[in-house]
Design a protein around this ligand. Structure first.
Ligand code: GLU
Length: 306
């Protein structure tokens, strides 16, 4: 893939999964990543993360793009769809297999649950198949070895230092699922590198994934981008707004209010009297400052911006 981002220019991205429409939480992420990129004179890409086909909502990808456009976001280059990039993920997996860093795994979820300890993101796979050298065949998952990883730390631009001990906290993680779908962890690393992304700005629910992604980048000889994890928008019970928590989708008909609310939740308070989208965007460009953004979480209470 020829990248429209060269390594000298800030290049950010927004990577929604079309498992639902844009909601107030994903809009915050879009606004934060967009303003970080644009106020640094950088580029901003959109990638549709449509790998997990059974969870996709038909038409959601197009609707997300339409809503973004109506809200006044302008992205650079063509939208990239993960569902069209299997060969790139295959090449990355093959490179890892050739270095003996990835192995086939036949353990079922139930078998793993029965023996594994809880980690920071589900159970920690105990490495049962690591030494078995199972022959590749359909129905097997592929995992990346992290047994030699030790502590993996990085400095997040908003959340500060974040560290995990990958063998203890995460375990050998899945790159290709037993049902044949590519895992998010592999796809995101390959795509961010191929697209020349220099700075990842995304929701704080993905902080727990970042040490894994950095380990994977290092194994594949890829540059690690900068990371900034924005606050999550949560309901009164502290749950992330999502399709599961029945978050309403963003209405582009109320574009001005939706954007102003997203900015307010990100610690910026647009003044009353901005009556058009272009006025609001221009205010946002002039006032955006990451230091004003709370680490989160942000509660989804009725906030009025005027
Ligand atoms: N596709 C993920 C989501 O919608 C975001 C992945 C990322 O930004 O790395 O939550």
């Amino acid at each position: 893939m020829s990248s429209i981002c060269d390594s000298h220019t800030y290049c950010g991205r927004f990577a929604p999964s079309p498992t639902g429409l844009l909601h107030a939480g994903s809009l915050m992420t879009a606004v934060g990543s967009y303003l970080e990129a644009r106020t640094r004179g950088g580029r901003w890409l959109v990638r549709i993360e449509d790998l997990d086909t059974p969870r996709m909502v038909p038409g959601a990808a197009d609707e997300i793009l339409r809503t973004l456009a109506r809200l006044g976001f302008a992205w650079d280059g063509e939208v990239v769809y993960q569902s069209r990039r299997h060969e790139r993920y295959r090449a990355a997996l093959d490179a890892l297999i050739n270095q003996d860093l990835a192995y086939a795994c036949r353990c079922s979820r139930r078998e793993i649950q029965a023996v594994a300890a809880r980690g920071l993101d589900g159970v920690v796979y105990p490495g049962t198949c690591r030494a078995l050298q199972l022959k590749p065949q359909p129905g097997l998952a592929w995992r990346l070895r992290v047994d030699l990883a030790g502590e993996q730390a990085f400095g997040d631009r908003l959340q500060g230092r974040y560290a995990q001990n990958l063998p203890r906290d995460i375990g050998d993680f899945v790159l290709l699922r037993a049902d044949g779908y590519w895992a998010y962890q592999l796809a995101v690393v390959v795509d961010d590198a191929d697209q020349g992304v220099t700075d990842v700005v995304r929701g704080a629910d993905l902080l727990v994934s970042t040490p894994r992604q950095i380990w994977l980048q290092q194994r594949l000889g890829l540059t690690t981008p900068g990371y900034c994890h924005l606050p999550l928008l949560v309901n009164a019970a502290g749950e992330k707004l999502s399709k599961q928590t029945l978050a309403p989708s963003i209405s582009a008909d109320a574009a001005l209010d939706e954007l102003a609310l997203a900015l307010t939740r990100l610690g910026h308070r647009p003044p009353a009297g901005l009556i058009s989208l272009s006025e609001l965007w221009s205010w946002a460009h002039n006032h955006w400052c990451l230091e004003n953004v709370p680490k989160g979480p942000v509660f989804d209470v009725n906030m009025s911006w005027i």
